[in-house]
Write a protein that binds this ligand. Structure first.
Ligand code: FE2
Length: 296
């Protein structure tokens, strides 16, 4: 296994805010490219700098790790759940990683946003030129899935797990979609996908190039919704959905959101996208790779 350390970033960020909550944080992000395995690993360490006897001491808050494949954006959250009573008073961190598709030149990003509740207290960003050697799909898709039969069968990789499912015909899926969404969308060319999210895993912030609908099969989902504000986006609301719940239907391609598993158990979600199957991995999402900073 060829393991290559690409870059190391150390950022110390001064904070804004009241004296009662002000402090300093140290963010380190280390990116490893495992070329033979076509895998990118990002190790992040977020520490709080505390004054002890006139010496600055680092107290580790979070050490999340992200594994992803070339060209596949990834994101992870560490901290209290949105519904936790300590959510507003304790730090949480979101790490977003994106990098070029294979055989394309481009820039890889690693953005680390530290918040206390919903308030941003520190932002750090690493970016570097990178060439990707190839990728594997993050999305596990199937034309025929019975959502009731979805079970997590493999937790060996941190990137994704495969699913076990039994058949439901394409016609049955079409009927399901029509029953749920009526004539709001044209159910002609569509793909159904099941995604499994391990605790802490989440999607990048994104909009959709096609109509889409999704719901929760198993577990608890936290959805962060954003709204456009000029050429920026800003947080709009956060919703928690559970098994059987169906999220807002995005017919007009206006939804901008992040899908998150902030629970302690695996989460399975079922998605319908108005797109041809061969465009599943490239034709759906419009990414906002730096979260709150800049639409791509
Ligand atoms: Fe989405």
């Amino acid at each position: 296994m060829q393991r290559k350390r690409i870059s190391l970033l150390i950022v110390t960020a001064c904070l804004v805010g009241s004296a009662a909550v002000a402090g300093n944080y140290s963010t380190e992000a280390t990116i490893f490219l495992q070329k033979d395995e076509g895998e990118l690993n990002v190790d992040v360490r977020v520490s709080q700098l505390v004054d002890q006897n006139n010496k600055l001491v680092e107290q580790l808050l979070f050490a999340p790790r992200i594994k992803t494949a070339p060209g596949v954006p990834a994101s992870i959250y560490a901290g209290p759940a949105h519904t936790d009573s300590e959510y507003a008073s304790k730090e949480n961190v979101t790490v977003d990683v994106s990098w070029p598709y294979p055989n394309e030149s481009g820039t890889a990003f690693c953005a680390v946003i530290i918040k206390r509740g919903d308030e941003v207290v520190s932002k750090s960003k690493l970016q570097l030129k990178i060439e990707g050697p190839g990728r594997v799909p993050l999305v596990v898709a199937a034309q025929e899935i019975d959502p009731k039969s979805v079970r997590v069968v493999d937790e060996k990789t941190l990137t994704y797990v495969l699913l076990e499912f039994a058949g439901k015909t394409r016609e049955e899926v079409k009927k399901l979609a029509l029953d749920n969404y009526g004539n709001k969308v044209q159910i002609r060319d569509f793909v159904m996908s099941v995604l499994v999210w391990l605790p802490g895993q989440q999607s990048p912030v994104h909009g959709h190039e096609v109509w889409c609908a999704y719901g929760v099969v198993e577990g608890e989902l936290t959805e962060e919704q954003y709204r456009a504000a000029g050429n920026r986006i800003e947080p709009a609301k956060t919703a928690v959905l559970r098994a059987g719940d169906i999220a807002d239907l995005d017919v007009d391609r206006r939804v901008i959101h992040r899908v998150c598993n902030r629970s302690d158990a695996p989460l399975a979600t079922l998605h319908l996208y108005g797109v041809a199957a061969e465009r599943l991995t490239t034709g759906i999402n419009r990414l906002y790779p730096l979260g709150l900073d800049q639409p791509s």
